[in-house]
Design a protein around this ligand. Structure first.
Ligand SMILES: O=C([O-])C(=O)C[C@H](O)[C@@H](O)C(=O)[O-]
Ligand SMILES: [Mg+2]
Length: 429
């Protein structure tokens, strides 16, 4: 049967998703975080799904892109990447995104973060039209399941009193015992066998103690520590030295390629990044200076699943490892991450995912972790389906918000619990 894959309609639905009080160097996660759900509907009624960041700066370019796409084909993904989304470079170039957690901000990164959701939605629609999984459109899977690591956070038991939030049953984790208890829960519930601790929250000695406690509780399990650039070069080297025997890698101990290169030269612990190499333009300096040994791709800001494959190929050429970074995300993005990760031959580290922290989703069935892995779906497209009621509920929350939660701001969320909190100047230690 010949299908009409002309784009007839695009629905953009911003949502606010419940999030736990997870601590990082900037502050604490908001009780609700913005995401954008993209639905691309073809003339003959196929709907492709995509998801990306939902802060206001992504919504305008997404609307502009949606307007231009109607009447084009879901097969014309390359053409889509050539469209002008009108991202205002002057407003962005000097800044950082999400307080710096996603590296240096740029108009191109915003553009790619928007395009990524549309690319995923086009691939989902193509797959549904052809009866093929997305991984087949990307060249085929080289594994049947993708491994994820448990993403451990220092955490309050609840959001501050008086802040509207959904309760969670994970409890607090504010010391080594709490971190180990959280790791046990994540292992019991999802079977993870490697662990990443989000650091940069407490003085380095406390975080070293937490990693040591994890190493004792889970002998032989790969461990990572990621303080999001909170440390000086000297502190980074000290931590690397103290944890050299247990770390799989140290992630963004310090800010920027020159400082990472200095740390890298002084330790045998591999360094990973989702902060100093976040665009193709940052690769050359970092790789030629041997500043990083593992790049954590994020298909949102790298510009989609095909760009993630390009990044992986470049990493392979330079002998640099590749894995995946994660921010708060829903099941559409987890499905997209799993589909592309299935196609990357040189993926040798478990990927990050915040998904276990998300109690809410817009899918009718949540993706499942078994033994720390997500099975690669062979169903057409991404293999996921929308729960329209859930989407409407999470959108209503966004629509009713007075604007306070529509931009992710972990420092502002922190001030609800610690009124004097200021975003720390990095390096903090
Ligand atoms: O460096 C990282 O892995 C991240 O930035 C991941 C997340 O953004 C995490 O730090 C968070 O959301 O607190
Ligand atoms: Mg990181």
């Amino acid at each position: 049967m010949t299908r009409d894959l002309t784009i007839a309609e695009i629905r953009l639905t911003p949502v606010l998703v419940a999030d736990a009080p997870l601590l990082n160097v900037q502050g604490v996660h908001q009780p609700y975080t913005p995401r954008l759900i993209v639905e691309i509907v073809t003339a003959d009624g196929i709907t492709g799904l995509g998801e990306t960041y939902g802060d206001t700066q992504y919504l305008e370019p997404a609307r502009r892109l949606a307007e231009q796409l109607t009447g084009r084909s879901v097969m014309d993904v390359n053409g889509m990447f050539a469209l002008d989304l009108g991202v205002d470079a002057a407003r962005l170039e000097a800044g950082v995104d999400a307080g710096g957690l996603r590296g240096r901000q740029s108009a191109d990164k915003v553009r790619l973060s928007v395009l990524s959701a549309f690319e995923v939605a086009c691939l989902d629609a193509q797959g549904k039209a052809l009866g093929l999984p997305v991984h087949a459109l990307l060249g085929g899977k080289v594994r049947d399941a993708v491994e994820y690591s448990a993403y451990l956070f220092y955490k309050w038991a609840a959001h501050p009193a008086g802040v509207a939030a959904e309760p969670d049953d994970w409890g607090a984790a504010l010391d080594p015992a709490g971190v180990v208890a959280q790791a046990r829960q994540l292992k019991e519930r999802y079977g993870f066998t490697s662990f990443k601790l989000k650091g940069g929250v407490f003085p380095p000695d406390e975080e070293i103690a937490a990693v040591r406690a994890l190493a004792e509780a889970f002998p032989g399990h790969p461990l990572r520590l990621d303080p999001n650039g909170a440390w000086s070069v000297a502190t980074s080297l000290k931590v690397a030295e103290e944890l050299a025997d247990v770390l799989e890698y140290l992630e963004d101990p310090t800010l920027g390629t020159p400082a990472m290169a200095e740390v890298s030269a002084g330790t045998r612990v591999p360094l990973a990044t989702n902060m100093c190499v976040t665009t193709f333009g940052e690769i050359q300096e970092a790789f030629t200076r041997d500043a990083v040994q593992v790049v954590l791709s994020d298909h949102h800001y790298w510009g989609g699943l095909r760009n993630t494959q390009h990044l992986a190929a470049i990493c392979a050429a330079f002998g640099v490892g590749v894995s995946m970074h994660s921010n708060t995300h829903l099941g559409i993005s987890l499905a997209a991450m799993t589909q592309v990760a299935a196609t990357v031959p040189n993926l040798h580290h478990a990927c990050d995912s915040h998904y276990p922290w998300q109690s809410e989703d817009v899918l009718s069935e949540r993706p499942v972790f078994t033994g720390g892995r997500v099975a690669v779906s062979d169903a057409p497209g991404l293999g996921v389906a929308l729960d329209r009621d859930a989407l409407a509920r999470l959108h209503r929350r966004w629509a009713e918000d007075d604007g306070a939660l529509r931009e992710r701001d972990d420092a502002a969320a922190m001030r609800a619990g610690e009124p004097g909190w200021r975003t720390p100047v990095l390096p903090r230690w």
